[in-house]
Every structure is written in C-alpha cells, then in structure tokens.
Design a protein around this ligand. Structure first.
Ligand SMILES: [Cu+2]
Length: 83
C-alpha cells in the first residue's frame, strides 16, 4: 500500500510546481546563450527572423524581471524553431 502511494505521488510530480520552474529556467543567461547558438544554426531564413524577434523580446522581458513575458516570448521563439 505504501509503495503504491509513493509511485502515485512520483507520477504526479511533473504536473506540480516543477513544471513552472522548468519554464523559468528559460529566462537565464545560460539558456539565452544556447538559444542564440541554435537560432544561428537555423536554415529557414523566415523562421529564423521570427525566432530572433521573439528571442530579443524574451531577453528584454528578462531584463525587466518580467518572468511571464519572458516565458511567453520564449515559447514563441521555440515554436518558430520547431520545438
Ligand atoms: Cu529557449
């Protein structure tokens, strides 16, 4: 019985606060550097422009400590990158 409860608890974990923390991990200098490198490797010029635009908006939001804005633009940048 105790084992079942533990397994059930672990299965629910990814839906909890860890999920939001994952997204806020996007708004770090480290992630921005990874994004810059990946956007530079894109082959579709139109999508690359879109990704660059959202990435710079995401960076601007990060500087203003606007986490939800940063995450929102990062999601758009990821979409443009096909992620
Ligand atoms: Cu990103």
């Amino acid at each position: 019985m105790r084992t079942l409860l533990a397994v059930g608890f672990l299965a629910l974990m990814p839906l909890g606060p860890a999920y939001a923390q994952d997204k806020e991990a996007w708004c770090t200098n480290e992630h921005m550097m990874k994004m810059d490198a990946q956007v530079a490797k894109m082959t579709d010029a139109k999508m690359q422009k879109s990704a660059e635009m959202h990435l710079s908006q995401s960076k601007a939001a990060m500087k203003k400590k606007d986490m939800s804005g940063c995450v929102k633009h990062m999601e758009e940048a990821h979409k443009a990158m096909g992620m």
